[in-house]
Every structure is written in structure tokens, then in C-alpha cells.
Design a protein around this ligand. Structure first.
Ligand SMILES: *[C@@H]1O[C@H](CO)[C@@H](O)[C@H](O)[C@H]1NC(C)=O
Ligand SMILES: *[C@@H]1O[C@H](CO)[C@@H](O)[C@H](O)[C@H]1NC(C)=O
Ligand SMILES: *[C@@H]1O[C@H](CO)[C@@H](O)[C@H](O)[C@H]1NC(C)=O
Ligand SMILES: *[C@@H]1O[C@H](CO)[C@@H](O)[C@H](O)[C@H]1NC(C)=O
Ligand SMILES: *[C@@H]1O[C@H](CO)[C@@H](O)[C@H](O)[C@H]1NC(C)=O
Ligand SMILES: *[C@@H]1O[C@H](CO)[C@@H](O)[C@H](O)[C@H]1NC(C)=O
Ligand SMILES: *[C@@H]1O[C@H](CO)[C@@H](O)[C@H](O)[C@H]1NC(C)=O
Ligand SMILES: [Cu+2]
Length: 790
């Protein structure tokens, strides 16, 4: 591990600002390629990769998880058991994070793992990489801090599909939290590929078992997953659908060129207009999308911005195997559109053309800045997400001009979008530096608590490749937005640890030493925002939101400013319960963010009170801030919340046992599979008769390795393992993977949990009491590893 001395040396420039504003700097080595990231708390960013041949090892196998320290930029590996490849992820009301699904087990070269699942088209485990099938995995992480014992189980990933897993296999699913803090998990591939269709598309719902058009919940409900018709309508381009919870509790869902307002409780859909110009925004077109800030000025009315992606013609998208054109020659879209799905005046929603981006981008990614402007980073000028060793018109790997990348022309310059600027002037890259690191497929970016942006990843490769044109990338960067030129940042005092939906207002003090100029002007400019970074992957930051709390102020004669701040508006759908960072902007300069929890920290109906009533402004023309050019700001705002060490559960289970018992892993997996099968059978999901064969003519020569894009080998270059993820599926997708034997065991598979409350409307019942960390450990011959090795 490299200690980033250059970054430590930046401490002085950080305080003084000007030299780093608009620039990129070294963010250290992430050890695993940062396909997915989330900000756990004010100290740590958690990073996830696919199971692949990273040099960094954990528990005797290559690592695909790590944790990055915000202060030191140092990274430690973390053990993740299942293949977390292209999963979805979301925060929970208590500040924990969950990831959903992924790929089957793979080994070197992305080939099928050594321990095949029944049917032989996917694998349960691999003896080299030691990853388990992640297609149904639900992984829970309670973010820890330096003061915690990181090696203790409750600081580590809980990742045991025999204890906690989805009902269906999902790769590239969407995940959107409701106002109660439970999560709707939507669609996905069963086994993956470039896009979610065969060509011609004769079975849009199931693709013979390769697609999943249903949704389910975390925590689980008693009902079997229901079909979401929109996914059938958008079939082909429906993976990683863009989802945004609206004030009504319905979701705006966008995929392919279609848009819908969806009530997941009643499973009813209201069609909205199609995306103008046929521009596709979902993976693998991978446009940038974000909800614009929710503010008192817009009366908390969500408007979603879609930028870039691709308008390739229908045929070009090809099928599971690959695109039918050389995507890297096809320019990505510059187009931006806004959609207000629930206009206050009840008018019919329409897409509104917005300013074009400064350049076309696929895989561009929005990071909402605390100031309410949107930063876009990463991506390419041409092509799409995904990777492949061929296209229909470039039949072999040696002819691929960019290796496995289906995109070209990395965009190295960020740009900033100002939603409040007049039309025609919303985009700018003035004063912004240029990165030296291409960030194409499998890149990520997320806001840090000091309002800088962590950018990492890029790996359009089936397995680690350090020599190809767009290599597996471990180097992170920190981007410093223009406000880092400020000599002094606001240093608010009195930031709360929790916020409620409605209820009494609270006060925050801005010391005179932390701003300069007229106090009245500073007070007028003040905004107090809560920011949630979400889960960043695949050019999306799922769950990302910024909401400005209403406020008034009192200017004091000593130049300090008291901000009287409203709680979150009394509608949890505006900002779902869970973790957030509070920033205060003065004269366009954000403070550092402080960690807090919105809501009561529990999954379930959130307490709601009347909107806060604020006292009137008190102005004082004679007062002013005393900040000079030097930074003398008191700290004080972000006293880290001490983390609870209450979850003393132990992570034990088949998966751990399997790792420990490599010699007899087959038997262990058999037992695990049996547990799951029994549980599934009780739900009637395991007993579904085999569906029709997967309608592929031949799998010969294909080595579709669960890559987010398939890999096509020529006959000559065929891999020894041609039993790929795209072997014809002989079974219904819901019966695979967990039906190895009939051995009976009593794993606490929580779909069996009987906490469903019939009094709740269908679809919102949930086993809210379930906590995997509190689960009674399963009995095992071998104890779990004591102390994780790094
Ligand atoms: C996207 O949707 C359109 C309109 O329904 C459909 O014609 C097209 O085949 C879909 N594209 C893909 C690649 O699935
Ligand atoms: C914000 O607070 C002001 C002052 O109390 C009030 O007049 C206004 O209606 C509030 N705005 C919103 C959107 O709640
Ligand atoms: C890395 O990529 C290059 C160029 O695409 C290819 O020739 C080489 O075989 C790859 N290496 C590995 C280890 O896959
Ligand atoms: C991107 O596509 C355009 C249009 O086909 C082409 O002229 C250009 O060379 C491509 N850029 C790269 C980097 O391949
Ligand atoms: C903001 O955070 C940075 C990095 O942790 C720290 O160096 C700086 O002093 C903080 N600034 C204020 C105003 O609290
Ligand atoms: C995708 O299309 C190509 C070209 O028609 C075909 O060779 C291949 O088998 C198809 N892939 C699948 C998964 O059906
Ligand atoms: C947060 O809630 C989840 C789901 O209920 C639970 O698994 C997790 O352990 C909780 N985290 C903490 C820190 O209590
Ligand atoms: Cu992917």
C-alpha cells in the first residue's frame, strides 16, 4: 500500500485553497478497481469490484472489496464472499448499506467458476478466486470508524446468501428506497450480457430465462416477486433502470426510450412521454442522470435531468452477446432533457429540452455539489458501456482497436451544470482542470465530506489487464471544485445529529470568523442543505439527492449569523430516511459536511409532524464577517458521532464455512444449496417447472463470462471453458442455483420470516425485525476465521 505523501503534503494548500480549485490530485490506490463506491460516514469510503485477479489479497484470495480512508487516502482490503459484480446498492434508515445481486462465481479470465451450478451454465464457487455465486446475494455493511475495531464482524460485510438473499437472481438490478426506508429491487439480467435481449426479441419478458421482469423488496415481503410490465415494454434496454421516488410515493422509472410513473404498491403504471430523440440513458448507453436539488424555491418539486447516453439505432444494440456495430465509432449523445414527473399545477408531464452538454458523453456521471450545481465527470465521447472481445462486425479480439472497451475517446475534462442559470448558459468548464486518467466502463465518483469529489475505477476488461489501452485502474483522484479557491470556508456550529420530518426548527451559528463581507448579504446567501451521495456505479449515483432546508436568520452585532433552520419537509418521499451530510453554503462557499441521520433510523412509517415554523429574519446592516485571507476558522461542526457497537452478532455460515473448508467445499456448498432450495420450495418458487430452453442457437465458441458484456471467442481462440453464462438455460430462472440436493437443514432463510403484516397494503409488509447481525449463528464443524487478515 502506498502512503500518499503528496496528498498529505496538500494539507497546507487545502487550507489556503486557490491553488487546488478546479484541479485533480492523486487519491491513492484503491487496491481493487472501484466499480462501486459509497460514503459510509465522515471517515470512510467503501469500494467494491467484481471478483477478479487483483494483486491485493484477502483471506487467501484476490480482494474485490476495500475501504478508503478520507483523511489518509490509504486503503485496506475487505473480504466480500460473493461476486458483487454490477450489483445495485442503497443506504438503510440506520446508516447501514446493502448491495443486491451480482454475478455467478467466476475464476481467472472471467471464466465460470470451478464449482458449477446445476445445469452447468453458471457457477456456485471458484477454487482460484474463491468467490461464491452473488446473483441473489444481499450484503449488509455497517459503516465503521477508525475508533472501531475494523476486523470485528460487525465492521465487515455480512455476505451469506444462505441466511439472507433475494428471491430471484438479479444482475444489474435497480434499487430505490421508499419513504419507509425499505428498498424496491427492480429487474435485472439473470445471467447478463451486453443488453437484455435476444435478437429478434421474441420473448421480451423472460428471454428464455435470461431476463427478470419482476421486482421484490428488502426486507422481504411474503408475496412472490411481481411482474413489472414496464420492464417488458423496455425489454432489451431495461437493466439498471433509472428510478426516482416522487413526492406521491410513486416512482419515476426510465429505461430504453420509455418513461413511467409507477405505483409499486398497487403495481399500476401511468405512462409518461418517451425520451425525445430516441436517446437511451440506461446501461449500456449510460447517460448521466440526477434529480435536481429540491428547494423551498421550487417547492420541493423534483425535476430529473438526463444527459448524454446514446441514440444508436435499434439494430446496433445487438443482443446479449455483443453490439452489432462498432460502438466506439458511434458518437455519444450531447442531449439533455428535464422531466418534472409530478408538476405542482397537475399539468401533464413533458420532457423539456435543456442545454446540450459541452461534449457528447457515454458513462458521464453527475455528482451533486453542496452548492446545488451538478458536476459531471468520467465517460467517453463515443460508444457505450460494456466490454467484449468482438462485435458482429469485428469478429475477433485482435481486431478490437480499444481492447475490450466498447467506448473510445475518454472525456478528461469535467463540466459543471448550474440548474438555476438561464437557458443557454447552464454548462461551463471554465477554470476546470483536465484529468490524465481515462474513466470509462466501471468507473465511479462520489462527493466527500469536505465537498471535494472522489473519482475512481475504470476497467472495461473481463479480468485484470494492466497493459491494454484502457487498463484496469486502481488510481483514485480527488477533484476540487472551484469553491476550493475560497480562503475561508463557513464553519457552522450546532449541526444536529438527526433530522425529523417536520417538527421544531433548530439554530445553526455561523461565526463571523468564517465568512467575509456584509453579514446581511452573507445571511441572504445562506443555504442549509442535506446531501446524500448514494451508491455510485455505472455512471449512476443511485439514491443521490440534495434537499435544501428552509431557513430564516438573525444577524448579530458581533457579525455572527444565527440560521433558523426547518426540519425536512413532512414527507419522507422527498428525502428517504437514512444517512446524509449537512452542508451550509455562505456566498456560494460550502462548509464541510456533517454526518446525520434523517428520520427515526428504522425501517417503517416515519413519524411526521407539521412543517417547521420559522421566525422572521433579523438584519443588521452594520455587521460583517471577519474572515481575512487566511484560514483561521474554528472547527467544531463535525464532531463525529460515536458509532454504536451494539451489533455483536457473528458472521458465520455456509459461505464462511466454505472458505475455511476448501478441501470439502463441494459438500459444503451442497448443504448450503439444499437449505436454500428447501426454503424456496416452501414459497413455491423452487418448484417451478423448467421453462423453455434459452433460445440461442448455439453457445459454441462463446465464453460469455458474466461481464456486463459478453466475450466472444473465435473457434481458434475458444477457451477451454466454454460452459458460459450463456449456455442454454434448461430451467426456470427462479429454480436455479439453489437446488443441488434435498438435504434438509434449518437455515434462517428470511423469506420464510412470518413478520408480514396483513394489515399493511400489499407490497409494503416486511419483516422489519430481521437483523442478520443478530441471527443465531449456524452450527458448523469449523469455526469461522478468527480475525480477518489484510
Ligand atoms: C427499445 O424500445 C423500442 C420501443 O419500444 C423498441 O422498438 C426497441 O426494440 C427497444 N430497443 C432495444 C435495444 O431493446
Ligand atoms: C420557508 O419559510 C418561510 C418563512 O417562514 C415561509 O414563508 C415559506 O413558506 C417557507 N417555504 C417553504 C417551501 O416551506
Ligand atoms: C490485455 O489486453 C491486451 C490488448 O487488448 C491483450 O493482448 C492481452 O492478452 C490482455 N492481457 C490479459 C492478461 O488478458
Ligand atoms: C468517434 O467517432 C467519430 C465519428 O464516427 C470518429 O470520427 C472519431 O474518430 C471517433 N473517436 C475515436 C476516439 O475513436
Ligand atoms: C474541513 O475538513 C478538512 C478536511 O478534513 C479540514 O482540514 C478543515 O479544517 C475543515 N474545515 C473546517 C472549516 O472545518
Ligand atoms: C447474438 O447475435 C449473434 C449474431 O446474430 C449470434 O451469433 C449470437 O448467437 C447471438 N447471441 C445470443 C446470446 O443469442
Ligand atoms: C441497520 O439495519 C439493518 C437492516 O435492518 C441491519 O441489518 C443492520 O445491522 C443495522 N445496522 C446497525 C448498525 O444497527
Ligand atoms: Cu457492469
Amino acid at each position: 500500500m502506498l502512503r500518499p505523501l503528496s496528498l498529505l503534503a496538500l494539507a497546507a494548500p487545502l487550507a489556503h485553497g486557490a491553488s487546488i480549485a478546479g484541479s485533480f490530485s492523486d487519491g491513492g490506490d484503491t487496491l481493487v478497481s472501484a466499480m462501486m463506491m459509497f460514503l459510509g460516514n465522515e471517515e470512510k469510503v467503501y469500494i467494491l469490484d467484481k471478483a477478479e485477479g487483483n494483486a491485493a489479497q484477502v483471506m487467501g484470495h484476490p480482494a474485490w472489496g476495500s475501504v478508503w480512508d478520507i483523511q489518509t487516502h490509504e486503503t485496506e482490503v475487505m473480504d466480500v464472499r460473493t461476486n458483487v459484480f454490477c450489483s445495485s446498492g442503497m443506504h438503510l434508515p440506520n446508516g447501514s448499506f446493502v448491495t443486491f445481486g451480482g454475478n455467478g462465481a467466476v475464476g481467472p479470465g472471467g471464466n465460470l467458476g470451478s464449482q458449477l451450478n446445476p445445469g452447468g451454465y453458471s457457477a456456485a464457487w471458484d477454487s482460484t478466486y474463491q468467490d461464491f455465486d452473488g446473483t441473489r446475494a444481499i450484503r449488509v455493511l455497517n459503516p465503521c470508524r477508525s475508533s472501531d475495531t475494523f476486523s470485528s464482524p460487525n465492521c465487515q460485510w455480512f455476505d451469506d446468501p444462505t441466511v439472507l438473499s433475494m428471491k430471484n437472481s438479479r444482475w444489474y438490478s435497480a434499487a430505490e428506497p421508499t419513504g419507509e426506508g425499505n428498498i424496491v429491487i427492480i429487474g435485472g439480467f439473470v445471467n447478463g450480457g451486453y443488453i437484455n435481449r435476444n435478437y429478434p426479441n421474441v420473448d421480451p419478458e423472460r428471454q428464455g430465462g435470461a431476463a427478470d421482469s419482476t421486482y421484490e423488496y428488502y426486507p422481504p415481503v411474503a408475496d412472490a416477486p411481481r411482474t413489472f410490465r414496464f420492464l417488458i415494454q423496455t425489454s432489451g434496454l431495461n437493466a439498471y433502470a433509472h428510478t426516482f421516488l416522487m413526492p406521491s410515493g410513486k416512482m419515476l422509472v426510465q429505461a430504453n426510450v420509455s418513461t413511467v410513473l409507477w405505483d409499486h404498491v398497487t403495481n399500476t403504471e401511468t405512462p409518461l412521454p418517451d425520451m425525445p430523440g430516441g436517446v437511451v440513458r440506461v446501461y449500456p448507453a449510460s447517460g448521466a442522470t440526477a434529480m435536481l436539488p429540491l428547494t423551498p424555491a421550487n417547492n420541493y418539486t423534483p425535476t430529473v435531468l438526463f444527459c448524454g447516453g446514446s441514440d444508436m439505432p435499434d439494430y446496433a444494440w445487438g443482443n446479449y452477446t455483443y453490439p452489432y456495430i462498432n460502438t466506439w465509432e458511434y458518437p455519444a449523445s450531447k442531449d439533455c432533457q428535464r422531466l418534472t414527473a409530478e408538476p405542482v399545477d397537475q399539468s401533464a408531464p413533458v420532457y423539456v429540452k435543456d442545454d446540450d452538454m459541452l461534449e457528447g458523453r457515454t458513462m458521464g456521471q453527475f455528482v451533486i455539489l453542496p452548492t446545488g450545481k451538478l458536476l459531471i465527470v468520467n465517460g467517453g465521447l463515443n460508444g457505450t458501456a460494456g466490454y467484449s472481445q468482438a462485435t458482429l462486425v469485428t469478429p475477433s479480439y485482435d481486431l478490437m482497436p480499444y481492447g475490450e472497451s466498447l467506448a473510445s475517446g475518454p472525456v478528461l475534462t469535467p463540466a459543471i451544470y448550474d440548474p438555476n442559470a438561464p437557458k443557454g448558459s447552464r454548462w461551463s468548464n471554465k477554470g476546470l482542470g483536465v484529468s490524465t486518467i481515462p474513466r470509462l466502463y466501471h468507473s465511479s465518483a462520489i462527493l466527500l465530506p469536505d465537498a471535494s469529489v472522489l473519482i475512481a475505477g475504470s476497467n472495461p476488461n473481463v479480468d485484470v489487464n494492466l497493459t491494454t489501452v484502457f487498463p484496469t485502474t486502481y488510481k483514485a483522484e480527488v477533484f476540487y471544485p472551484p469553491y476550493f479557491s475560497a480562503a475561508t470556508r463557513p464553519a457552522p456550529v450546532g449541526i444536529p445529529k438527526t433530522l425529523s420530518y417536520g417538527g421544531p426548527s433548530f439554530d445553526i451559528t455561523i461565526p463571523a470568523t468564517s465568512y467575509s463581507g456584509s453579514a446581511n448579504d452573507a445571511a441572504d446567501s445562506a443555504s442549509v442543505v442535506i446531501h446524500r451521495g448514494g451508491f455510485t456505479t455505472h455512471a449512476m449515483n443511485m439514491g443521490q439527492r440534495l434537499l435544501q432546508l428552509n431557513n430564516t436568520y438573525t444577524v448579530k452585532s458581533d457579525g455572527s449569523i444565527i440560521l433558523h433552520v426547518a426540519q425536512v419537509p413532512p414527507n419522507p418521499n422527498l428525502f428517504q430516511p437514512g444517512p446524509a451530510f449537512m452542508f451550509v453554503n455562505i456566498n456560494g462557499i460550502p462548509s464541510n459536511g456533517s454526518y446525520l441521520i434523517v428520520g427515526n433510523g428504522k425501517i417503517g412509517t416515519q413519524p411526521v409532524a407539521a412543517a417547521s415554523v420559522l421566525p422572521p429574519n433579523v438584519r443588521l446592516a452594520s455587521a460583517s464577517g471577519s474572515a481575512s485571507g487566511t484560514s483561521t476558522t474554528p472547527g467544531g461542526s463535525s464532531d463525529p458521532e460515536k458509532s454504536s457497537s451494539s451489533n455483536l452478532g457473528v458472521i458465520i455460515g455456509c459461505v464462511v464455512g466454505g472458505v475455511a473448508l476448501v478441501g470439502v467445499v463441494g459438500a459444503v456448498i451442497g448443504v448450503c444449496l439444499a437449505r436454500r432450495r428447501r426454503a424456496a420450495a416452501r414459497h413455491g418458487t423452487g418448484a417451478v417447472p423448467p421453462a423453455s430452453s434459452y433460445p440461442m442457437t448455439s453457445a459454441e465458441g462463446m465464453s460469455l463470462t458474466g461481464s456486463g458484456a459478453p466475450v466472444m471467442g473465435t473457434r481458434a481462440g475458444m477457451r477451454s471453458s466454454d460452459s458460459s453464462a450463456f449456455m442454454p438455460l434448461q430451467q426456470d430462472n427462479r429454480s436455479q442455483a439453489w437446488n443441488a440436493s434435498t438435504t434438509s437443514l434449518n437455515a434462517p432463510y428470511r423469506d420464510d420470516h412470518d413478520a408480514y403484516e396483513p394489515s399493511r397494503p400489499s407490497g409494503t409488509g416486511m419483516s422489519i425485525n430481521y437483523d442478520p447481525y443478530a441471527t443465531t449463528p449456524m452450527q458448523h464443524e469449523t469455526p469461522p476465521p478468527s480475525g480477518l487478515r489484510y
